[in-house]
Design a binder for this molecule. Structure first.
Ligand SMILES: [Zn+2]
Length: 281
């Protein structure tokens, strides 16, 4: 690999220690680079801070899991989060999430686009909070403070294999006048390569999404005899290749920390959902 390739691989693989803040009994995680932006409120939630019962304990935000009581709790938990962040719960935009590369533009709460088949949302309107849910998949928040545009994206391996973050950057540029070189991207808590042995078909699909195959190869770890891709690093590389210069990646692995995060893999599949939320203020 060239010296330039080595630097890019290093940047894609880089992880930072993020801030974990206790707020009203919740533990909320913040990206250092997004915290610097006065125009943006954001949060990556954990499973800590609610009263929802096991195995969804205790701060599940997802309404696609559990029984009616769990679903009711999810609404209460969302309200609590919004109150703490001084955000209007009634304006929350919560898409469906189907492991697609589709990104919806939110222009007006009175005329929302179809949100069922999308895994990303973006807006340039103030006071419209965007919320997506996760349990190992990669949460990505992108902001261009000058264009006043924000987006949040859900990238499991299928979304990553369809380059949803690259698509998100394009939609933000085309529709909202955002510029990749001014964007800040925050890649939140997600499953790490340490806990993600997977099949060669997944690896091939991920490698196909990035221009530099040599760099892509360096994002695949080995666990015993199986490939273990660093999904966060693939999203970082896709963002870097799309022209985003500031990518901030959280070092938490959701499967390594079951006391702090919901993890689909670690739990065997029955678990809650943490959230990634962003809003222009
Ligand atoms: Zn791990």
């Amino acid at each position: 690999m060239s010296a330039k390739g080595n630097r890019l691989a290093e940047r894609a693989l880089q992880k930072n220690r993020w801030l974990v803040k206790q707020m009203d009994g919740m533990e909320i995680i913040f990206s250092p680079s997004l915290l610097e932006l006065n125009e943006v409120t954001h949060a990556f939630t954990t499973r800590v801070g609610g009263s929802t019962k096991a195995p969804y304990d205790s701060f599940n935000l997802g309404r696609s899991v559990g029984d009616d009581a769990v679903k009711r709790d999810a609404i209460e938990n969302r309200k609590k989060l919004c109150n703490t962040l001084s955000i209007d719960f009634h304006k929350l935009v919560v898409p469906g999430q189907v492991h697609s590369p589709n990104v919806a533009l939110i222009e007006d709460l009175a005329s929302l686009p179809d949100l069922k088949g999308v895994d990303g949302v973006t807006t340039a309107r103030e006071q419209i909070p965007l919320l997506l849910h996760f349990a190992d998949c990669v949460p990505v928040i992108v902001a261009d403070p000058q264009a006043k545009a924000v987006g949040v994206f859900h990238a499991g391996w299928r979304g990553t294999a369809q380059n949803i973050v690259g698509n998100g950057v394009k939609v933000m540029a085309r529709e909202l006048g955002a510029k990749p070189e001014r964007m800040r991207a925050a890649i939140g808590p997600a499953i790490g390569a340490c806990c993600y042995p997977t099949g060669e078909d997944v690896v091939e699909a991920l490698i196909a999404t990035v221009a530099d195959k040599g760099i892509a190869q360096s994002l695949i770890h080995r666990l015993a005899d199986r490939a273990a891709p660093d999904l966060k690093a693939f999203n970082a590389l896709q963002l870097l290749e799309a022209g985003v210069e500031l990518v901030d990646t959280c070092d938490f692995c959701t499967a390594c920390k079951p006391e702090l995060f919901y993890s689909h893999r670690q739990s065997g599949g029955t678990t809650g959902r943490q959230g990634a939320l962003v809003a222009l203020v």
